[in-house]
Design a protein. Sequence first.
Length: 366
Amino acid sequence: MKRLLISGLICALMLSASGCGEKQATESGSALDNLGQEISADLLDGEKETKATTEQKDGTKNTEDGSEAEEKGSTENSSKTEDKGQTEDSSKTDEKDRNENTNKSAQGDLYQAFREGTAKAKYRGTGDRTSYLEISKVLEVGKAYSMDEIVKAIGTVDEYSEFKLTSDIVFSEIDCGEDGVRELLVEAPFNEEFRLYMILKEIDGELVICFSQDGWSRSYVEVEPDGRIISGGSAGAAVHVFDYGYVNAKGDYQYYYGCEETTTLYGDFYAYTSGEDYKLISTEGLDADHLGVREYYFEPEYEKREYYYTYFVMDDNYNDITKDEDFDDSNELKKRFAEAGIKIYTQKEIDQILKDRAAQIGYPVK
């Protein structure tokens, strides 16, 4: 637009000059020259300004394009990195889930097959604590048996009476050692008052019997979800026995400890020292109605046992009211044990011994 106005002005001046005299023409020519110079300068400045503006715009555009490119590249790289990380994490998670599902599926299939009678479990002879339903008498070490075969074999344990199932066998899954790998707990009732407990585990693709124990009307067996086993019962009018053990994550049975508790001491007390060896402790002249003795041991077979003794004082309701001073060397019962060469421990000392024992075998104290 500016160029058109200037061109029109030049034309008008030239026409005016052509109609004037020489002097006026000269002055008009000078004016035209000056105007031309000014116009040239203006045009040059305009072009510089336009160029600068264009360069600035181009620079701004380039900067914007560069920023957009960098941002786009950064975003794409970040997205690719995140996608890659998410893909790798997802792949690891999927692989872990597949492995866990495969393990669960394999175990579940094998355990289910045993329930259905199409799979067998190997008898290793270890962890067997049966006393009435003595499977060691009728099962061969290293041989595998179905549940039906085990039931039939138990039926021949006692030559004087036949053991038979009285109701359905109960199957449930537990987690010995709480490692996320399941084991199969079997509970089979025989002849109304007996019950067989077994823990089966899949090891190297086959089922094995890790533990077996029986309970009856005067005893009990409790198998916890983590593989701990508590059993106990009556061994006489004033004698109670209880045991603690567990099956670890590897499928090995570990005996924790046993205890025999005698309340109301009448006559002579048989204090076993090891195996079948014992010492007689006279209770004559003592307040037998309010005294009790506990003997602890760490072997299930009595032939291998060593014993740790403590005693306690009871009130009329059989509540333990033992005090620290009851273990003074002047205590009459303690003196009689000492005369027989048997050491008496306080209950606190026994508790520490049990704690050390648990740590030694890995028993899960809770």
